[in-house]
Design a protein around this ligand. Structure first.
Ligand SMILES: N[C@@H](CCC(=O)N[C@@H](CS)C(=O)NCC(=O)O)C(=O)O
Length: 258
């Protein structure tokens, strides 16, 4: 497992500190760490304790992870602020398209993955729903799912809507990717990698994690992440998964370390 320091120690340091949950591939945190990897920005990992974390709340005025804290600047708690921070610290290679139409589309698609009511959000609702409906899940497992459900908009109605919404996002990504590939381009936006290639690659763990030797996660968490929903499965194309595999193989850190 990667090395983590605690929040009290992190507060005494400068440079980049990333708060993340140890031992599990949080797709937002893996995305942020991947931005740093590509831009070669060093950082220290800071432990977020499971469930409500009063120390994180005290430091950053919220308690979700990941958080990026650069020197004494305000904590960056959302994926787009984190991307802009990394772009500012190391402008090249830029992970944001220069062309304005491409840029608008890239941020829109990233938001469909990482934002509120995006793929990560709805996939979490599906996982919470399966956990709460499973009679074999322990009380501890149910308590953890209820905590996340209250915090992130779970209701049986939202669980009902989730698979259609995720399917729609996957189809948009697939249409974009395959159109680029049919014109001989390698990435979602031409021949240069963008933040969308990275976030797609890290969010795909919520549907089909890479094998244990590349993504060494707890087997119970792995089981809960593997998609079994037919509507989602129909839209999760081999091209999208192959793209994830290639981005990890050629650009990101393997085996993953969290
Ligand atoms: N604020 C992030 C989203 C991060 C997020 O949803 N983190 C969740 C992942 S499950 C988390 O840390 N949950 C644990 C908790 O709230 O205790 C963003 O907008 O980029």
């Amino acid at each position: 497992m990667a090395d983590y320091i605690d929040i009290e120690q992190a507060k005494t340091l400068s440079g980049l500190r990333i708060v993340a949950p140890p031992g599990r591939p949080n797709p937002w945190a893996e995305g942020l760490k991947s931005l740093c990897h590509i831009k070669r920005v060093p950082y220290v990992l800071v432990r977020k304790v499971a469930g409500h974390d009063p120390a994180l709340q005290g430091w950053t005025l919220q308690s979700s992870a990941p958080v990026a804290v650069w020197n004494d600047e305000r904590p960056r708690t959302t994926w787009n602020e984190q991307l802009y921070l990394l772009e500012r610290l190391v402008p090249e290679p830029s992970l944001v398209p220069k062309d304005k139409e491409a840029r608008v589309l890239m941020f829109g698609l990233c938001n469909e993955l990482c934002g509120e009511a995006g793929l990560g959000w709805y996939r979490r609702i599906m996982i919470i729903h399966s956990t709460l409906s499973d009679p074999e899940v322990t009380e501890q497992g149910k308590a953890a799912a209820s905590y996340l459900g209250e915090k992130y908009g779970y209701s049986p109605a939202s669980a009902e809507a989730a698979s259609q919404r995720i399917g729609q996002t996957l189809r948009m990504l697939n249409t974009r990717l395959t159109a680029q590939q049919s014109e001989g381009r390698e990435y979602f936006f031409g021949n240069l990698m963008s933040a969308l290639d990275i976030y797609w690659s890290t969010f795909a763990v919520l549907l089909q994690p890479m094998p244990p030797e590349l993504c060494p996660m707890d087997p119970a968490i792995r089981d809960s992440f593997v998609n079994t929903d037919p509507i989602v499965a129909e839209s999760l194309s081999p091209e999208l998964l192959a793209h994830r595999d290639r981005i990890y193989r050629e650009h990101l850190q393997l085996p993953m370390d969290f």
